[in-house]
Ligand binder design. Structure first.
Ligand SMILES: Cc1cc2nc3c(=O)[nH]c(=O)nc-3n(C[C@H](O)[C@H](O)[C@H](O)COP(=O)(O)OP(=O)(O)OC[C@H]3O[C@@H](n4cnc5c(N)ncnc54)[C@H](O)[C@@H]3O)c2cc1C
Length: 473
């Protein structure tokens, strides 16, 4: 919009960044989603005489070439909160643009503010940003430049289970959520099956930019203000919209948490990786049906709800006692909605390496009994358990030799035995984590983190209650 308003010819470019492609958290489903979005954008732009040019390569090399071939006055982009690699790329681009006299104008694209050292007044800024009008570019008066060279055009073998990219799809989800799906939002948010319909499912569209968080916030606020609507689910939803930016802001301010413990006091624990245990987790073969079903479901569909994501991390880090780094890329690759600014801070929060959040060790069996009591989710993803009655599908280790014969099921062959015992491993993890939480190294880091990432200064537990979603999830 700003480029069009500047009144100069505009060249629209999407960089298919090979550095990002090579990053271990990237997967084909992320690119497919972006490609579908680009194709749709180009259909719309075609009617306006424009085109989004897709160029594959290293960003600095692409810009070198573009700057040599064209007289470029300004580059317009959003502020991106990415990983360390893209942060370094942006520093290189900043240098390049400065050397070549190009004005790089970066715009805030959600509630995340660049260059902050603390959270004082952040909430206020967030509200101002969310309540500002949604801009409407003057497309009719745009003068587009077309590159003569051929653009990059990948092809994908589409997996139909994955959400499809594109702005039209995004608006479909938005519309149907506020039409009726929202009403069961709070009731179903933790249910593995029902949450797939009653949660908004807007996450990939927010992560890849088909919708802005402001568009979603404003649609929710508008709905909330209608007469006769159910306020509670809408209020719960709006709080998640706030969390979205809260987490990304953390990552923006401390990107080292992509690789290191946010709280350095935890550096002394979980330093060894047992590949066999991590592999069983990655492939959904831990012997705990809820863990395995969640993993196999996310591999197939790119989506599971918050509680299942948290449970998977809890199982890996607490029950298997593996470093969170051993699984963080695997899940990032599976999520169609992968958003580094939410993913890394959430992963660390669930792994208990922040020092400021309540440590939560999920019991996958209880989770199944509470939220999937008929084992519908488990049986959908673990069809090998279908021969068993529900209670055994949830706890197959309780099967007796007689029942094995009766159901024609061989425990340990048809479905793996438990790789750990969650009662003893949960106790071990709880003891270790509570012990270290009181160590000076963790405490001093916790104070530093609170000061930097929250508005609290004194009471760790009080703030913890505020920033840890309790009860609902
Ligand atoms: C280990 C772990 C990793 C996660 N990784 C991602 C990720 O890569 N990308 C991602 O978008 N979300 C991530 N989440 C947060 C959350 O699980 C998803 O945002 C949510 O399940 C997406 O479904 P939805 O759009 O239907 O959510 P809804 O419940 O409908 O919420 C609407 C939006 O609010 C935001 N939101 C919801 N819950 C959270 C939360 N707990 N923290 C921050 N923002 C939230 C998301 O943008 C979401 O799209 C992660 C959570 C955990 C525990």
């Amino acid at each position: 919009m700003e480029a069009i308003q500047a009144g100069k010819p505009v060249l629209l470019v999407f960089i298919w960044d090979t550095e990002v492609e090579a990053h271990p958290d990237t997967s084909e489903r992320h690119w497919q989603f972006q490609w579908e979005s680009i194709v749709e954008m180009n259909e719309t732009l075609g009617d306006l005489g424009g085109k989004l040019h897709v160029i594959r390569g290293k960003a600095d090399e692409i810009f070198h070439e573009l700057l040599n071939e064209h007289r470029i006055d300004s580059v317009y982009s959003y502020c991106e909160t990415g990983v360390i690699t893209t942060f370094k790329r942006d520093l290189r681009l900043k240098k390049l643009f400065a050397e070549r006299g190009v004005n790089w104008r970066e715009y805030q694209n959600n509630g995340v503010v660049r260059g902050l050292n603390n959270r004082i007044a952040w909430d206020k800024k967030w509200k101002v940003h969310m309540n500002a009008a949604v801009d409407d570019p003057d497309w009719e008066n745009a003068s587009f430049v077309q590159l003569s060279k051929t653009c990059f055009a990948p092809s994908f073998a589409r997996k139909n289970n994955l959400q499809k990219g594109g702005e039209k799809q995004a608006h479909r989800y938005l519309k149907s959520f506020f039409k009726d799906r929202y009403s069961a939002y709070s009731r179903h948010i933790s249910k593995p099956v029902q949450s797939r319909k009653s949660c908004s499912r807007l996450s990939p569209y927010l992560a890849w930019g088909n919708l802005s968080i402001r568009q979603v916030y404003r649609a929710a606020a508008e709905k909330y203000n209608e007469e006769g609507v159910q306020k509670r689910p809408l209020a719960n939803f709006i709080s998640r919209i706030h969390w979205h930016c809260h987490f990304i802001q953390k990552f923006e301010m401390e990107v080292r948490m992509e690789r290191e413990n946010l709280n350095r006091g935890y550096d002394s624990i979980r330093n060894r990786t047992d590949e066999a245990l991590v592999d069983a987790w990655k492939t959904g073969k831990t012997g705990y049906p809820m863990v395995d079903a969640a993993m196999r479901c996310v591999i197939e569909t790119g989506y599971i709800n918050f509680r299942l994501r948290a449970m998977l991390v809890s199982f890996l880090t607490h029950n298997l006692w593996q470093p969170w780094q051993s699984g963080v890329h695997h899940l990032a690759k599976q999520f169609t909605d992968y958003e580094p600014g939410i993913h890394y801070p959430q992963f660390q929060m669930q792994a208990g390496t922040t020092g400021i959040n309540t440590i939560r060790i999920y019991n996958p069996t209880k989770l199944a009994q509470d939220h999937d009591p008929e084992a519908k989710f488990i049986l959908q993803w673990l069809p090998e358990l279908k021969v068993l009655p529900v209670h055994l599908a949830i706890e197959p280790w309780k099967i007796t030799p007689m029942e094995e014969m009766m159901y024609g099921f061989s425990y340990g062959t048809d479905y793996p035995r438990r790789i750990v015992d969650i009662t003893t491993t949960s106790k071990f993890a709880r003891d270790e984590l509570w012990k270290i939480k009181t160590a000076n190294s963790v405490r001093s880091e916790s104070q530093r983190i609170l000061k930097k990432h929250t508005t609290a200064t004194r009471d760790v537990d009080q703030r913890t209650r505020e920033i840890t979603p309790k009860g609902k999830r």
